[in-house]
Design a protein around this ligand. Sequence first.
Ligand SMILES: Cc1cc2nc3c(=O)[nH]c(=O)nc-3n(C[C@H](O)[C@H](O)[C@H](O)COP(=O)(O)OP(=O)(O)OC[C@H]3O[C@@H](n4cnc5c(N)ncnc54)[C@H](O)[C@@H]3O)c2cc1C
Length: 434
Amino acid sequence: MVQVAIIGGGVIGCAVGLELARRGTQAHVIDRNGEVGHGSTSASCGIVRRFYSTRTMTGMAHEGAAVWADWQSYLRAPDGADLARFERPGMLFIPPAIDDRVRGIVAHMRELGVKVEILTPAEVAERFPFMDIASHAPVRDPNDEDFADDTGREIAGAVFEPDAGYVVSPLIAARDLRSAGEREGVRFHLGCGVAALRAGAAPGPRFRLTLDDGSALDADVVVNVAGPHSSLVNRMAGVELPIETRPLRREVCAVGNPTWSESDGSTIPVVGDLDSGIYFRPESGGRDLIVGSLDPACDTFEWVDDPDALDPSCSVAAHERQVMRLMKRLPEVRFGPRRGIAGLYDVTPLDWNPIIDKTDTPGYYVAIGTSGSSFKTAPVIGQVMAELIGACEAGRDHDADPLHVILPRTGFDLDVSFFTRLRSARPSTGTVIG
Ligand SMILES: Cc1cc2nc3c(=O)[nH]c(=O)nc-3n(C[C@H](O)[C@H](O)[C@H](O)COP(=O)(O)OP(=O)(O)OC[C@H]3O[C@@H](n4cnc5c(N)ncnc54)[C@H](O)[C@@H]3O)c2cc1C
């Protein structure tokens, strides 16, 4: 039986392992941490929406949403299992303009069967009365003397996906995938990282992996799913890709949710607010809100050279920036003590889309550069990678004859070459919208 070594036990590595096992392959998931999901997955906000700038990502996200909505049966988990939950308060997306581009994305979402509406500013105010509908664009730093100025304009409107939401919690979802994988034969090697990766001695397996404790694992196929460590793992393997991936520091802060009450809970949807440069969603059963950045032009990207040197605490500057921007959209929010976490995106700076591909090294595959938005599609990436490995190992030249996968829940025809390492720059927002 083909032995596949998966380097990284985040939500995507665990999904790849499960999908390979379902296709009769012996998968080994290796993670340096003692439990799965403790890399960038554990910092994830777990937001599941379909609003992306490209048709491919929208289609993939729609399939992802269908999997999260049917999580127990996807996992084939026993009744009563305590699993991650998909909370669906809807998602309101506030773009800078409701223009042809936005209308085109919405039309495509509708073609795919996604429930979606375009709301006028008045409709936003009526449905979400706790939201101030003033426009704050261009987004400013709180230290900018014009930060508090009234622009005298309203937002252009918003796109509302009523059944979007977030998964509680990404860490539990990774653990669910581990349990499902173990039931179906995936072997997990935890608490010990991959320290070296060399070509094996012919005619044996193609690769020999040396773990931190000196033990070795032989494999015919290796998959790099190491998240923010992806470029380090490629370097260790001697694999150079034509496009790079880089870790980017991200911070997510928590504040009290002003709409929460004991009787009604929270009434706030997930909000992606490009007009204010932030996104936010309910947390802790709705008692809190968590707020992250949508990378407005006035902010500086914090690229990280060493992902192991991450300080996981929320900085004073990010807390101030994100909470003060939130206070403009939700005037009842109070600043409060500094709470939050920092994590890392693994970004493909070229276009903020993942790289899901084979490489020029036979048997070495990558599902990396997920650019802060691939929690929602993790189970789909697992399926796509398993299909890709199956096709390429059977002799298909995916570079010349790109694989298509018909996604089973939505019927979306996914052209896997969208994620090729060989692509050149395509139009991108340079954010998690792709
Ligand atoms: C703050 C934040 C918010 C986010 N919010 C969202 C969101 O709302 N919606 C969404 O869809 N996505 C979101 N994302 C993105 C999403 O979480 C990631 O795309 C996804 O979790 C990546 O999963 P992964 O398995 O590829 O990586 P990881 O979870 O990082 O897993 C990689 C694993 O590789 C292991 N590893 C690394 N090197 C080695 C080695 N040498 N040997 C062995 N193991 C190794 C690490 O220990 C780690 O566990 C967010 C990300 C962050 C950081």
